[in-house]
Write a protein that binds this ligand. Structure first.
Ligand code: ATP
Ligand code: MG
Length: 327
């Protein structure tokens, strides 16, 4: 019986990349038989968020977003990472058998440094805590975006290192990507990976004027509409792909490629994108707003979600402690 597990950092409001790369997969996976664990990675977010009030708000924001998008507490444990403190101990056990070299190769760490984020030791060891998150529940399927595949591979390595020394304690997980490649890595407004911490993201429930403003920032060039262009080179088209039906998309692509009189300008495409996105999220946005009105209820739901998760993590930690001689 498979165990699905994944997480998201409350490092800001969830964006389109989080939705297409992760949240949607998580909600869809509830229809597959198995155990389902999804969590809000608040320990992880402490590497970037340094104020208590923002962290609490962000956690509720993510919870309300998931519930609004169909996360069902009757079929999944949906919880806060820090409500299962056992993962920090598992993370220590893994850290003792993980070479520095493994962590030094992490793309996500290198990307964050390149984006001007000052690293703490916690940011550097992030993949170890993430491995603990995965291994703590005997997870077998980890639905993530492309940027996290390397971290899941590192988790496999850490599990193997530990098991080689101490016996079969941890279960080896596999990453699962969205079927569509454009959803596995959604570009940001500037064309690089959309990230909460890069200032290039679009909040998935953005609407009205702020949405138009955000979409206005998608990077374009100064070529005239009439000039024929390769639609696959335009970040704007990557965004349109996420929301438009096939027929409409092919029509825009053909007109961009042909150029001339009937070719759309970038402004025109941006208006269409804003409209399609606004409409796509209209129903869950309303639900999200309603849920955000009752923070105490959100907190209660998260605590309830942690119960089964913690039960499982306690068992796995016991197994690990026993195997390495702590008991
Ligand atoms: P941060 O900048 O704080 O790392 P993030 O935007 O990268 O935030 P995470 O919370 O680290 O988001 O990731 C949550 C999930 O969303 C992961 O499964 C990750 O693979 C997925 N994800 C993040 N960004 C994208 C993206 N641009 N396209 C597709 N999936 C993404
Ligand atoms: Mg990230």
């Amino acid at each position: 019986r498979p165990t699905f597990l994944s997480g998201i950092q409350p490092s800001g409001r969830p964006h389109l990349g989080n939705y297409f790369g992760a949240i949607r997969q998580h909600v869809d996976s509830l229809n597959e038989p198995g155990d389902h664990f999804f969590f809000i990675a608040d320990y992880h977010a402490l590497t970037t968020i340094r104020d208590a009030a923002s962290l609490r708000t962000n956690v509720r924001d993510i919870a309300a977003t998931y519930f609004a998008l169909g996360m069902d507490p009757a079929r999944a444990s949906f919880f806060r990472q820090s409500d299962v403190p056992e993962v920090t101990e598992i993370s220590w056990l893994l850290a003792t058998c993980t070479g520095m070299g493994l962590l030094e190769r992490a793309h996500s760490y290198k990307d964050k440094i390149a984006n001007g984020i000052k690293p703490s030791v916690g940011l550097f060891t992030y993949p170890v805590l993430m491995a603990a998150d995965i291994l703590a529940y005997d997870s077998t399927v980890v639905p993530v975006g492309k940027d996290q595949v390397q971290h899941v591979e590192m988790t496999q390595d850490m599990a193997t290192h530990f098991n080689t020394r101490f016996g079969e304690v941890f279960v080896r997980p596999e990453a699962r990507l969205p079927v569509r490649d454009d959803m596995a890595k959604v570009p940001g407004l500037d064309g690089q990976k959309m990230s909460k911490s890069y200032g290039n993201d679009v909040w998935l429930f953005e609407s009205g004027k702020p949405l138009k403003k955000a979409i206005g920032r998608i990077s374009t060039d100064s070529r005239e509409p009439s000039e024929p262009k390769n639609p696959d080179e335009l970040v704007l088209v990557d965004f349109l792909k996420l929301f438009l039906g096939d027929e409409e998309l092919q029509d825009w692509r053909a007109r961009i490629l042909a150029g001339g009189e009937s070719a759309p300008g970038y402004g025109h495409l941006k208006v269409r994108l804003a409209e399609a996105m606004d409409e796509h999220f209209a129903a869950p946005r309303a639900k999200y707003e309603e849920l955000m009105g009752d923070p105490a209820e959100l907190d209660r739901m998260l605590l309830k979600g942690a119960e089964k998760a913690r039960e499982r993590a306690v068992k796995v930690l016991d197994r690990a402690r026993m195997a390495c001689g702590l008991r």
